[in-house]
Design a binder for this molecule. Structure first.
Ligand code: PRX
Length: 717
């Protein structure tokens, strides 16, 4: 029997304090054992299946994982049936271990995948109500820490139920009903996850847009999803900087066709929202001074509306395959795609992955530093931890505010046990030295997570030694907006760690390496190719909103029969996976996914720009930096420096500040083939200082462009 499920209670865990491991300076390729954790039970109680298909070896936890993993693929439907039955409280569940042939229908050819068809549940009721009903009334569900250290709010499960219910009723009073798309453009105040949960309660589909996106980006997302309700706040505050969110929403609504689409804008006043509880520590009096421009018959003040609402709202019983949320992400075209996730499959997968990857226990304080505007915030700030009945941590500020000790100060004060962040944040802290984390008591930490990009060995060592004191497992979790939850990761107490590697596939996920040209499976170890998945899993996105053809084209047509991740991968001699980068035109800047085509379309909006090409190049902290090249129109009379400034502002305005290029080169020409195609490979090599490895450039229409570009880039280095 090998699963821990909530109702089977705690697993025994040893905390061996004396384990010291020698981490060699160069860690790549070596494994690091971490045996503080007794291997947790990881899989469903599949005793009967296991009896029929006995494990070959039980010598080590890793061997056990391997046989369990093989079993989870061989008996995939039974596996997910068990997980679904254990993790979710269903309103209706027509499956059991003897009847689960129909638990998944459809496949990759048509993208008509359905998991648990006919079953019914509500995600919000699973994340809150059932814990209240199971006696967790007084357990803290959410800890919020605001921009200023010590500005803290805590909500028990029963408080959360009242708050979320009131928001759901407020939404209802404004006409929101099952199936409606609600756009949420909010700062990381508690009302952001609460509004997401309120939508889930009503069966409304939330579309959270990260509050760092510009008005133009917000507008295109509202327009594409035909979202008649937008929920926002007057302002956001990050590192003491005020972001005028309501003003940005107002700007967004006058663009595209949003004026006709948006019927209601529901506005939280940040200061009233975070001071509405008795235990609130007022910290930012005066920040809300900027007046809200209330638009009559459209804008509604949530802080006035909420006290009028009944603090209980019955949850809507949803079909397993009803859409639960949309999340926009970047692809290789200029148009972001709205990935649609489901109700039950997503919930099963978020709960399953957080519990196995992080060995999450009900008394854990789980702190994921992501913003709710990204998939990591959806799965591991909101849904994963709450579906598991643990305590989740919501952080409004940045790792460097007010100083580089912010994360560790919070770990110490809140006794955080599981901590999850991106390598870019770790790298930004390393330069302040080991002394910073040493000042704090970090002994509550058990597991450290990494997500969003490969973690380089130097960052890994620092995270492991300076933060984890060589006692915490680092889980390197690889996944995507599309996958809903972790796909590849090491597991604490099970998989020896290998710095820089996201280790091995998660249970139930059939990962394969494909030859990028032939599409054939590359067998064996010590191989390279592209990463693909050979079969549906419950947490995968089911379609792109309003464009199912694009969903098929992007994920299932490149390699027939497989889900294509878009990532290149190496599998080393031990079978460990190393992600080596995207193979499409998608960049990963500070863990944010940005399409080169999106930045290019922003640049060519400038009347002086004739053509633009964008590539990525390695950056010590951000992982990747954006390098843009632009040619100007004949009529352009602008000075280059002035133009560069305007182009930066343009990208900030079209996408958001996080997409602003690090380098913009105004060039007389771009490397074009004779047939008129831009050779990005040449731009990439020149940007990374590898102009000596340009390869074959005989197809270039004008080879002299290479020297011009080398000179231009040289001026920026
Ligand atoms: O390239 C991979 C990289 O991030 C991409 C997915 O980005 P997004 O949908 O924004 O989701 C980010 C958070 C899950 C992937 O295609 N990526 C994500 N995690 C890792 C990673 N690359 C290497 N190692 C990881 N652990």
């Amino acid at each position: 029997a090998f699963i821990h499920s909530l109702d089977r209670g705690q697993i025994v865990r040893s905390r061996v304090e004396s384990v010291t491991l020698n981490v060699a300076k160069e860690l790549t390729g070596k494994t690091v054992d971490n045996d503080q954790h007794v291997p947790p039970d990881h899989m469903p109680d599949m005793e009967e299946i296991a009896l029929k298909y006995p494990a070959k070896s039980e010598n080590t936890a890793l061997e056990r994982y391997k046989s369990d993993y093989a079993l989870s693929l061989a008996k995939n439907k039974q596996f997910w049936q068990k997980r679904a039955a254990e993790l979710i409280t269903w309103d209706h569940y027509p499956y059991d271990e003897n009847k689960c042939d129909d638990i998944m229908m459809g496949g990759f050819e048509f993208g008509d995948i359905a998991w648990f068809p006919g079953a019914k549940m509500n995600v919000c009721a699973n994340a809150i109500d059932r814990h209240v009903q199971n006696g967790k009334t007084h357990q803290v569900a959410m800890i919020w820490e605001g921009d200023e250290p010590g500005q803290v709010l805590k909500f028990t499960y029963s408080e959360l139920l009242r708050k979320v219910s009131a928001i759901a009723n407020a939404l209802k009073s404004q006409g929101v009903k099952k199936g409606d798309v609600v756009t949420i453009y909010m700062p990381m105040i508690p009302q952001l996850p609460m509004t997401m949960l309120a939508c889930m309660r009503l069966g409304a589909v939330h579309s959270v847009v990260f509050a760092g996106f510009s008005s133009a980006a917000l507008s295109s997302r509202i327009s594409a999803s035909k979202s008649s309700i937008v929920v926002t706040a007057d302002i956001g505050v990050r590192a003491a900087k005020v972001i005028p969110l309501k003003k940005i929403v107002d700007e967004a609504i006058v663009m595209n066709d949003c004026k006709d689409i948006v019927k209601r804008v529901l506005v939280y006043e940040r200061e009233r929202s975070i001071a509405s509880d008795d235990d609130a520590v007022p910290g930012d009096v005066g920040l809300s001074d900027n007046k809200i421009n209330w638009v009559p018959n459209r804008d509604v003040n949530m802080n006035d509306l909420l006290p009028k609402q009944r603090p209980y709202c019955p949850p809507e019983s949803m079909d397993a395959e009803d859409p639960s949320f949309i999340l926009y992400t970047s692809g290789s075209t200029g148009q972001p795609k709205g990935l649609v996730h489901t109700t039950a499959g997503y919930a099963v997968y978020a709960a399953h992955t957080i519990q196995t990857t992080f060995d999450l226990q009900p008394n854990d304080i789980f702190a994921c530093m992501a913003d709710c505007g990204w998939i990591t915030g959806h799965s591991y700030v909101v849904y994963g931890p709450l579906l598991s009945g643990s305590t989740t941590f919501i952080f409004e500020s940045t790792p460097l505010y007010p100083d580089a000790g912010r994360y560790w100060d919070m770990v110490q004060r809140h006794k955080i046990s599981l901590f999850y962040t991106a390598p870019t944040a770790v790298r930004s802290l390393i330069r302040y030295g080991d002394d910073v984390p040493k000042k704090y008591d970090l002994s509550s930490l058990r597991i450290l997570g990494s997500v969003g990009e490969p973690i380089n060995p130097a960052a890994w060592s620092w995270y492991y030694e300076a933060v984890g004191n060589k006692k915490c497992t680092i889980v390197d979790t690889y996944w995507q907006t599309e996958t809903g939850g972790h796909i590849l990761t090491n597991l604490p107490g099970v998989t020896p760690m290998k710095p820089g590697s996201c280790a091995l596939p998660h249970y139930g996920i059939d990962c394969v390496v494909l030859d990028s040209v032939t599409g054939e499976i590359v067998e064996g170890d010590d191989v390279e190719g592209v990463l693909a998945i050979r079969g549906p899993w419950p947490g995968m996105a089911r379609t792109c909103l309003g464009d199912h053809a694009r969903y098929l084209e992007t994920y299932f047509r490149p390699y027939e029969g497989y889900y294509f991740t878009g990532d290149a991968v190496r599998r080393d001699k031990d079978g460990y996976y190393f992600i080596t980068g995207r193979v499409d035109d998608v960049l990963n800047v500070s863990g944010h996914r940005i399409g080169t085509a999106e930045v290019e379309s922003a640049l060519v909006k400038h009347p002086s720009v004739a053509q633009a090409a964008v590539v990525g190049r390695p950056h010590a902290i951000k992982g990747e930096a954006i390098v843009a090249f632009a040619t100007v129109t004949e009529s352009n009379t602008e000075d280059d420096d002035e133009l560069v400034k305007e182009l930066r502002a343009l990208v900030r305005g079209e996408i958001g500040p996080f997409a602003s290029p690090d380098i913009i080169c105004i060039t007389p020409s771009l490397p074009m083939t004779r047939s008129g195609k831009i050779m990005r490979r040449v731009l990439r090599k020149i940007s990374t200082g590898e102009a000596d490895q340009l390869g074959d450039v005989s197809t270039l229409a004008d080879p002299s462009v290479v020297d011009t570009l080398i000179d231009l880039i040289g001026k920026h280095d």
